[in-house]
Design a protein around this ligand. Structure first.
Ligand SMILES: C[S@@+](CC[C@H](N)C(=O)[O-])C[C@H]1O[C@@H](n2cnc3c(N)ncnc32)[C@H](O)[C@@H]1O
Length: 404
């Protein structure tokens, strides 16, 4: 199955080169000049740039080693242990059952990457990048989970030709069009596993939404693809006037019931099992939220979900869509370009979804009838960017698009 991808539409093989193309070609020829490297490191004004580029290239080459150092530290539980108290190499060797000379390689590598730090008397403590890893279980779980992606990508070229056959595609039971599996134990385990991972990793995204958007004008929110209900429960505490509906697949909501009860909000949070592929969305909410849902699905499904959201909303209702989004070469940078490479490959390994730019998602929202579509600025776009749209109370300017 081929993925719809917008870049092919914009390619024009016979187009004349622009001034920018010619400038870039000139720069490329200049960078490739055999004596440039030697000249630039001998010149104090250009040396910093050459050092920086060399360092960036080295980091790209070494990226796999860096992520394995991270994974080894997580698996040995070093971050949580060292958060309690710094420890010496000998103490850590006893706790991890690893020989000091080899463990030392790991610890020194982790120090070099800012994960750990040298402390007094030969002990090791947490470095600046190690502190969040000790505090947020969700990050550690994502690092462990990424192992599946890296397994799939061992041969990246083969992976590109065969992306949906690996461990990641198997991990996500809904993300790739395949025959409906029988709901056996194995399949139910998959729903439990991914829902647990999503709940653990959703904290930063929830914080972005709650600190960027005022929910005070709403009385009922429907969270579509709600998972176990972390967002719904945090929102219920954040905005006590709200009643909240959760919509997700039946096996997921079966798990959510207990979670919602444990958070003490079951009187205001109701569960609505179903599939947005086959069922309409429940009515009654004046805001529908889609948190980390659209990027899991191909364009046709995203349009279908948006259309169902539009149909379920009253006039004046809104939609809030939050997820990691791609940089666009045509828009002012608002996110963080370094996350794009990760999500392009993650979503490819997972199934039929893709990373979209805010512009693409806004166009899809408008295509089903939402108006006043805008970005909701937030502090940390690396976790998610946020878009808002309205089901306008005004008559549509396009008479073919009628609202109910
Ligand atoms: C990536 S998870 C995000 C969960 C949660 N919103 C979060 O941010 O942690 C996507 C969610 O969409 C749900 N989902 C996938 N396909 C669905 C469908 N056809 N109908 C309803 N929910 C679906 C999944 O079960 C999952 O809970």
């Amino acid at each position: 199955m081929s993925q719809p991808f917008d870049l092919s539409a914009s390619a024009a093989p016979d187009a004349k080169p622009t001034w920018r193309d010619m400038w870039q070609a000139l720069l490329e020829r200049w960078y490739a000049h055999p004596s440039l490297y030697k000249w630039s490191i001998s010149n104090p004004f250009t040396r910093w740039l050459t050092r920086r580029r060399t360092r960036q290239l080295f980091d790209l080459m070494a990226g796999f080693v860096h992520s394995q150092v991270l994974l080894a530290c997580v698996r040995l539980d070093l971050f949580r242990q060292l958060h309690r108290a710094p420890a010496s190499l000998t103490e850590l060797a006893q706790r991890t059952n690893l020989a000091p000379p080899v463990l030392q390689r790991l610890l020194l590598s982790a120090v070099a990457l800012g994960l750990l730090e040298h402390r007094s008397h030969g002990r090791f403590g947490l470095g600046p990048l190690g502190v969040p890893l000790a505090q947020h279980e969700g990050i550690a779980q994502m690092i462990e989970h990424n192992h599946l992606l890296y397994l799939d990508m061992q041969d990246p070229v083969q992976f590109l030709g065969n992306a949906w056959q690996g461990s990641m595609a198997d991990y996500w039971p809904y993300a790739h069009a395949k025959p409906e599996p029988a709901p056996d134990h194995n399949e139910l385990d998959k729903f439990t596993r991914y829902s647990q991972l999503m709940a653990a990793s959703q904290g930063f995204v929830v914080q972005e939404i709650l600190s960027s958007y005022f929910f005070s004008e709403h009385r009922c929110v429907l969270d579509v693809g709600a998972g176990r209900g972390r967002f719904a429960c945090d929102l219920a505490h954040h905005a006590p006037q709200l009643s909240i509906k959760m919509f997700d697949l039946p096996p997921v909501l079966a798990m959510a019931r207990e979670y919602v009860q444990s958070k003490g909000v079951s009187d205001r949070v109701s569960l609505h099992p179903g599939s947005f592929l086959n069922d309409p969305l429940p009515q009654g909410a004046d805001l529908i939220t889609l948190v980390r849902v659209a990027h899991d699905h191909p364009d046709a499904v995203v349009l279908q979900i948006l259309q169902k959201a539009f149909d379920a909303l009253p006039l004046g209702g809104g939609i809030l869509l939050a997820e990691p989004m791609a940089q666009s070469p045509f828009e002012q940078a608002s996110g963080d370009a370094s996350v794009d490479a990760y999500f392009h490959f993650y979503l490819l390994a997972m199934g039929d979804g893709r990373l979209r730019t805010p512009h693409e998602l806004m166009a899809m929202m408008q295509a089903v009838g939402f108006t006043h579509v805008e970005r909701v600025p937030n502090a940390m776009p690396i976790h998610a960017q946020i878009l808002l749209g309205r089901k306008s109370r005004c008559l549509p300017s396009n008479p073919e698009k009628s609202v109910n």
